[in-house]
Structures are given as structure tokens and as C-alpha cells.
Design a binder for this molecule. Sequence first.
Ligand SMILES: Cc1ncc(COP(=O)(O)O)c(C=O)c1O
Length: 406
Amino acid sequence: MPEPPKGPVAGEPTSALLPYTRHAIGATDRSAVLRALDSEALARGPEGERFEYALAEASGVPHAVAVSSGTAALILALRALGVRPGDEVIVPSLTFVATASAVVLCGATPRFVDVEGDTLTLDPEQVARAVGPATVGAIPVHFAGHPAAIEPIRAALGPGRFVLEDACHALGASSFGRPAGSLGDAACFSFHPAKVITTGEGGAVVTRDRELAARVRRLREHGLERQPERFVGLGLPAGLAAEECGAWVYEQHAFSSNDRLPELSAALGSSQLRRLPERVERRRKWAEWYQQALCGCEALRLPREAAGQCSAWHLYAVRLRRDRTRVGRAALFESLRRHGIGVQVHYVPVHLQPAFRRRFGTHWGQLPVTEEAYLGLLSLPLFPELTTTDAARVVALLCSELGCNP
Ligand SMILES: Cc1ncc(COP(=O)(O)O)c(C=O)c1O
């Protein structure tokens, strides 16, 4: 456990920005990618399969389908779940736009629902109120890596509706000992460099439903079916049956694009995944460290884990208590940035984005908890390689700006 910071220090402005997150590529990652580069297959090869196997194991389900991004994972999972025009899908607004855009890109309507004040994840009570005849399911987001309350959300949805975890922040998190990714009907991960592990760009759908996994697999590759036992036939005249099942045959069962994950990325992913437990553990240590260092700061509301939940701490998002300080979030953000602390705000609520306001008539005032949280949110630097010196500087500057004693 790193030592807590001693107290405010004069923060000299620096040009190098300490980022809120940073990926780490080590020697073993490099050799894994080089090995893949020198292999025969640069697409649709064994690296993808190896990565999927390891990913399924890490998320506690039998099936994983690696794809080109977290966004692609969401779109393909929704399509595989049968979402179509006329359907409504419940989503939080305090998320990256991709969660709700994926619904729109399937032709369906996102129904924005407020979050719980403590965890900033979908509020099951609000979900129960929002369910209507067109509701086909919900996409709870494990905000900042903290698992959403999946079972209460499932109960609020009622039977026959799906729960798709947006676990893009939460690889390595768990809820009452069950890994994020195994809690819903399916889950989506992102391997963007800001995330817990990276493949450059990349994502995955994981599920325990074999048929759902098969549909995602088809949809990630032009709708093609390559398993002969799943063939439905090409409709050739009698006498040409042998031509329908030769080793060269594939069948197109749907219309879709190419969302495969390249082999080089999959090789990087497998290598990164091996260090997942140790990397999440370091994130957890830093979150604990911040908690101790900042617990005396009245102007801040600190993120906490709910009982039984184990966050992956993708983000350490504090909230400015606007009733306890006159310092505004924008001024604090600017000042910390000027001093080289790369804080960030996650997220501008999606229902306020012009594209959603124009299309769905969403507006300010609709989601009070989300909107109030947004006005105070600030993500502090947190990544496994954070140094005590840098973390102490973050705390000292933050506390001196807010006029509180660390
Ligand atoms: C909650 C959430 N969902 C979905 C995505 C989309 O993932 P990707 O950037 O890999 O497409 C992100 C990425 O930032 C995210 O934070």
C-alpha cells in the first residue's frame, strides 16, 4: 500500500499531461504480436480462437466472440438478440454514446433511465417504471468498472426481456463473486487503449447461450455460416446435392459487415489478458489509496463499492459536492489541466447530445440524478503504473484548489 500524501505542495505547471488512464505494453506483448506477424494467418487464424477461449474463461461463460470494437460488440449483440425497428431498449444516459447509439443503429429506440446516486449505474426502480409494451430489454452499464445491479434490473424488466451488460469498463470486476460478463444474457467488452486491457481497438461479446454466440459469430462476418451442421442448403437441383456441402461451401444467412478482430490484435489481447488479475489488483490498490487520501475532503463525494461488488476501477470518478464548495467543476478541470493533471469528465449525458435531442426529443430535466452527477463528475488519473509522486501531486493540487486538508 503506497504511503498517503503528506500535504499540499506547490504545483508547478508542467507541459507533460499526466493522463487519467494509460495503457501498458510490455516485452511479452511485443513478442506475442511479432510471433503473430510472422505466422501464416493474419486474419481468421488461431490467435483469435486462443483469445476467445481465454476471454470466455476470464468472464466465466462458455462462449466469447472477438470483434473489432466495443461498439461493434454492442451492435452485433443487439442484432443477435433480435432487436429491430419498433423495439425499445432501456439504457442509462451516463455512459459513452456508443451504448445508446448501438440501439439506434439497430433501428430501435433507446429509452433513457436514471441511475442510482451511489453507484451511478441503472436504477432498478426507474427501470420498472420505464418498462412498456415495446421494451425488449436493457443495457446496464458497469459504470467506471462497478457492476450494475443486474438481478434487480432483471426482476424489474420482467420475463422475456434481455439484459445485455455493457461491461466495456468492467473486465475483471465481479458481483458477489461472479465475474462481470457472466451476469446478464450476454455482455460486451471494449479493448480500446483506455480500458483495463487493450488490443489497440477491439471488443468482444461473451455469453453462455450457444445459439446467441453462433448468431454473433455469423453477424461479425457478413452473415456467413461456416459450420456445415448449420447449413440450410443452396437450393440446387436434385442430383447436385454433393455441391451443397463441399469443404469450400459457406452460406450467407443474414446481411452484415466485417467486424472481425485482426490476428495481431488478438495476439496482443491474449498476452494482456494474462496480466488481468494483477492489473485489476493494482487499480484496486490505487482506488483504496485515493479513498484514504481524499476522505477528509468535504467538497468531494468519493466513489465506493456497494456491498458484494468488486469494481475493476476503470475510472476513479469523484464528484464535486456543489452544496459544499464554491469552486466550479469547469474551473477545477481547467486549473488541474494547467498544472499537468489530465483529469477528464465521464460523461456528457447522452440524452443531452444534439443527435439524440433531435431524433428522440430528449432534454435537460429528464434524468435528475444523472444530470446532477454530470455537473460534479471528474475522473482522476488512475492506472496500474501510476506513481506515488504523481498520485500525491493529484491529491495535493485537488485539495489546494478546493481548500481542504488531505
Ligand atoms: C461504456 C462504453 N460502452 C461502449 C464503448 C465503445 O467501445 P469502443 O470504443 O471499443 O467502440 C465504450 C468506449 O469508450 C464505453 O466506455
